[in-house]
Design a protein. Structure first.
Length: 218
């Protein structure tokens, strides 16, 4: 084999390794907190708060904190929403609710804002989800997961909170659900979206951590 051919093959192999590495490992990291919002005995939805890593924080500050005052004005928040958030509608906002083995994701969200908390960027927004709680509900599952694996999601020590839960007792555990796989393309790019609920050629199964929630009315 000639040296030229060896160099070509080496370059092709290197390009393949770089491509696989780029698309099969996360490049962005966030910690998630969830705030269940109740009214009487009805769940009306939940707030999500995402705290990002320092690299993404620096990128957003550099691009959108135009006056460099360490806060985001209403206009700056609007720009962040339109340029660094709304595209998540193509990825279900990383949000999945499972009830009675039926998986649901929001088509839209509301009340987006962003701010800095101890120099870390936080996104906060509301997901509408109506659920009347007449009797005890077990196995209500919430999953925050990026199907493209571009973003790694972690839960803090106490990721679940409640708002106006005077008439509802809430308890939860966090675990992987081996009966509820999410399918993804390990060689797909950040713009490749698959139906994560169905297996397919070349797709692998992931088992992200879920919040398994029990809701008990008083």
């Amino acid at each position: 084999m000639s040296n030229t051919l060896k160099k070509i093959l080496f370059c092709l192999l290197l390009a393949l390794i770089i491509t696989v590495s780029a698309f099969s490992h996360p490049h962005l990291f966030l910690d998630c907190e969830i705030f269940l919002n109740f009214k009487d005995k009805e769940l009306q939805g939940f707030w999500l708060e995402w705290s990002f890593d320092k690299v993404f924080t620096a990128m957003i500050i550099n691009d959108y904190d135009i006056n460099s005052d360490g806060t985001f004005s209403e206009a700056e928040i609007h720009d962040v929403h339109d340029n660094a958030f709304i595209n998540l509608e193509n990825y279900h906002y990383f949000t999945f609710v499972t009830m009675k083995e039926k998986r649901w994701s929001p088509k839209s969200v509301s009340n987006f804002t962003c701010y800095l908390k101890d120099t870390i960027l936080v996104y906060r927004f509301f997901v509408s989800y109506s659920l009347e709680i007449k009797d005890k509900i077990e196995n209500f599952r919430l999953t925050i997961f990026d199907e493209t694996y571009f973003t790694a999601v972690a839960y803090g020590e106490k990721p679940l909170h409640t708002i106006h839960a005077d008439r509802i007792k809430v308890s939860y555990t966090i675990s992987e659900n081996k009966d509820n796989p999410y399918y993804y393309d390990p060689y797909g790019g950040v713009n490749d979206v698959v139906d994560s609920s169905k297996p397919g050629p070349g797709l692998l199964a992931a088992y992200p951590e879920e919040l398994i929630i029990t809701l008990t009315p008083d």
